[in-house]
Design a protein around this ligand. Structure first.
Ligand SMILES: [Zn+2]
Ligand SMILES: [Zn+2]
Length: 445
């Protein structure tokens, strides 16, 4: 293993104040998804002052940097998301957001500072690294679209494994939540437009009432969770909006339902989406209405590679930290898109916060910064050493088959359109006029 790692040498203690200052700067100047221009410039500055090279992948916001490559070897990626949320901060901290209505309420400032710390640590060992560690500073995680931009830039080329983390307020500092298999949910959304026939409320037989059909659909889709999903698996279907009607004495001709579907593995996801279409179309038809279903594609589930999880648990112990098996989160995370391409591991880093993600008073214990930085540096270096022998767990082996099945299942049917999350938000691509994106679909909340 060569000489002693700098990760355990005393000078690494200088890391904490530096990472705290980076994180607080990011926290004070949060930028929303796809608008992270100053954030990107700051990250570039912090990396360049340490002599870390920026890699030539073209991104409008966000950037890619590399450490290593002096010795030949594989490429391993570390990903950090960099965007903030449209939330008014209420922490009262001296370094609170200086921008009204914008806040790092999901702790992506923490992730960015941690990855920069990992890059600093690995830079000190650049001569010894057996390969290259590529850092992906990814925009727009909160819109579930930044990972796709990074992938489109080609930054995953030659990458053999990818690591990422999310802060976790309910875990103590020094604890990492590591598990193989499902960790976070696929976060899909739906918009169902029911078309009937308007009439006088006193003469219902002259019309086709979409409200009665909508009411039946709200109830009927819940039976998908209880009757079409194994009791050993889990799924959530929530109808979160139901709009129809204009007057007390008029039966309207339209009703619109919106909501979200959360699932933890691809077969269950496919089953639920398939049954949802059958049930909605069937019930709509039974009541004489016509259903038009628009899917809002969120990220797939985060499914961790078993071999990488084992590697991370070993390195966590050797760093003197604690590894626990975390409870999976029904929130979504676009890190999952990388895991469709290469074996990946996403972990939770304990930050001992008093509030959950996306809360206006969200905060974290900055003592967790060097823990996350050391963890990321250590697992990346270890993965490089293992090189081509990185064990790929069952989730990795199943990846291509699942991707094919999902692509097949998403082939748009006649009355069904698949709408990418971003285009719905922009009000295009087949969503009903004025339809907003279902709340929470495709975000890490
Ligand atoms: Zn997040
Ligand atoms: Zn979030």
């Amino acid at each position: 293993m060569g000489r002693e790692s700098t990760l355990t040498r005393p000078e690494a203690s200088e890391l904490l104040p530096k990472l705290v200052s980076i994180r607080r700067h990011l926290h004070q100047y949060p930028e929303l998804s796809h608008e992270e221009f100053e954030t990107t410039a700051s990250i570039r500055g912090w990396l360049e002052e340490a002599g870390i090279r920026i890699a030539p992948y073209s991104l409008r916001t966000g950037l890619v940097a590399e450490v290593g490559g002096v010795k030949p070897g594989p490429v391993v990626a570390v990903r950090a998301d960099i965007d903030a949320l449209p939330i008014q901060e209420e922490t009262g901290l001296p370094y609170a957001s200086r921008f009204p209505g914008r806040m790092h309420a999901c702790g992506h400032d923490f992730h960015t500072a941690s990855a920069i710390g990992a890059a600093y640590l690995l830079k000190e060992r650049e001569q010894e690294l057996e390969g290259t560690v590529r850092f992906l500073f990814q925009p727009a995680e909160e819109k579930a679209s930044g990972a796709l931009k990074v992938i489109a830039s080609g930054a995953l080329e030659n990458v053999q494994a990818i690591f990422g983390l999310h802060n976790k307020p309910d875990l103590p500092v020094g604890t990492l939540g590591i598990k193989e298999g499902p960790l976070m949910a696929a976060a899909d959304g739906f918009i169902v437009e029911l078309t009937g026939l308007g009439s006088h409320a006193a003469v219902p037989e002259a019309g086709i009432d979409p409200i009665v059909a909508a009411a039946q659909i709200v109830s009927a889709v819940q039976a998908i969770v209880s009757r079409s999903v194994s009791p050993l698996h889990s799924a959530v279907i929530s109808v979160t909006k139901l709009h129809s009607g204009t007057a007390w004495n008029v039966i309207p001709d339209k009703a619109v339902l919106e909501g979200t579907v959360r699932t933890f593995d691809e077969p269950v996801r496919l089953r639920v989406l398939e049954r949802f279409r059958e049930v909605v179309e069937g019930v709509a038809s039974a009541y004489g209405t016509k259903a038009s279903i628009h899917w809002v594609q969120g990220p797939p589930p985060v499914i961790n590679d078993a071999g990488l999880a084992e590697l991370a648990e070993e390195e966590t112990a050797s760093l003197g930290y604690t590894a626990v098996k975390p409870v999976p989160s029904p929130a979504g995370e676009d890190f999952a898109f990388y895991q469709r391409q290469v074996p990946g591991l996403f972990v939770f880093a304990g930050t001992a916060g008093s509030r959950e993600w996306h809360h206006p008073a969200f905060d974290l214990d900055e003592a967790a910064l060097p823990v996350s930085a050391r963890f990321l540096a250590r697992v990346a270096e270890r993965a490089l050493r293992q090189g081509k022998t990185i064990p790929v767990g069952s989730s990795g082996a199943e990846r291509p088959r699942q991707a094919e099945r999902l692509a097949a299942a998403r082939h748009p049917k006649a009355a069904e359109q698949v709408v990418p999350a971003d285009s719905v938000e922009a009000g295009t691509a087949g969503a009903p006029a004025g339809a907003a994106r279902p709340a929470g679909a495709g975000t890490s909340g």
